[in-house]
Design a protein around this ligand. Structure first.
Ligand code: CP
Length: 319
């Protein structure tokens, strides 16, 4: 990715990307501008740049992933990096090696960037303290998923032409969602008005302190909304303590055409994936003309290219 010499990318003052918290609006806008360049590159027949040639990227995923892991791999390869996907299931973590010993071991192999997903909030930041390279948070527990928020912002900007002043509703399992937290932080930083819509049992106690308006029913919450973001019920984080009835949940909080009609006529629908059709979203809506779900996936590659390239510019001996 080559910045237009007349409009060079602004400096990015961080060695790692651990969360949206800590990024300034200028940092976010710089990453989104780089991602626009990556969209252009990714739509060419020859999708390669040499920006990270000779660099080593390790993807270290302790939780399942389809979109994030594959798009980080594609992104690194498009930039010319040597990408290694660590097979955690076959690693010595299964023999009891700790996260920090694993980090120290990989660090000794002199990688340039490590991309980490972990089930514990804060684990990625801890790992970042123990290595010499850049670290990217690909999702830590219910804490943050910064590249998801960036790709969502890029998707919204391309669909709506702006973020400032838009009304965005984030609906569903906010309590267990790192996507919701990162999106709330990023959308507020760029001047959107953010609502959350969820049953009380799926809202963090202090959610209003994040700068959102809380609604507990879809009819009132979706009124006047430009962007509807649906969230998956994260049953794996609930220890069986929620969901008396999935059918009942869909009736009240699942997005179908009837509920989408409460939002603005040109409102768009998003979902970070993976989706549970018929639980939080109806297939007619997920596959319908207002859905941006496939666009989100495409923007995921572009945003991850932008993040890798931006951190790569800060590496020792970068061009
Ligand atoms: N949105 C997201 O993080 O998807 P994956 O879990 O498939 O990576």
């Amino acid at each position: 990715l080559m910045a237009d010499p007349a409009h060079p990318h602004p400096p990015f003052p961080h060695r790692h990307l651990l969360g949206v918290a800590g990024l300034s609006p200028a940092d976010i806008k710089g990453l989104l501008a780089s991602a626009e360049d990556a969209v252009s590159l990714s739509r060419q027949v020859e999708k390669k740049s040499a920006t990270l040639r000779g660099r080593t990227q390790i993807n270290l995923f302790f939780e399942n992933s389809t979109r994030t892991q594959s798009s980080f791999e594609i992104a690194g390869k498009r930039l010319g990096a040597d990408v290694m996907n660590m097979a955690v299931g076959n690693s010595s973590i299964k023999k009891g090696e700790t996260l920090l010993d694993t980090a120290a071991t990989l660090n000794a192999m002199r990688p340039d960037i490590i991309v980490v997903r972990h089930h514990a909030a804060g684990a990625v930041a801890l790992l970042a303290q123990k290595v010499d390279c850049s670290v990217v948070n690909a999702g830590d527990g219910a804490h943050e998923h910064p590249t998801q928020a960036l790709l969502d912002a890029l998707t919204i900007t391309r669909a709506k032409g702006r973020i400032e002043g838009l009304v965005v509703a984030i609906c569903g399992d906010v309590l267990h969602s790192r996507v919701a937290r990162s999106n709330i932080l990023l959308l507020n930083a760029l001047g959107a008005r953010v609502r959350v819509i969820a049953p009380s049992t799926l809202l963090p106690a202090d959610v209003e302190r994040l700068g959102v308006t809380v609604f507990r029913d879809m009819r009132r919450g979706l009124e006047g909304v430009d962007v509807v973001m649906m969230l998956r019920l994260q049953l794996e984080r609930m220890n069986g303590s929620f969901v008396p009835s999935v059918k009942e949940y869909f009736k009240h909080f699942g997005l179908d055409d009837a509920k989408l009609a409460y939002a603005k006529p040109d409102a768009v629908v998003m979902h970070p994936g993976p989706m549970n059709r018929g639980v939080e979203i109806a297939s007619d809506v997920a596959d319908g003309p207002r859905s941006l779900i496939r666009d989100q996936v495409e923007m995921g590659v572009a945003v991850r290219m932008a993040v890798l390239e931006t951190l790569g510019r800060r590496l020792p001996n970068a061009a």
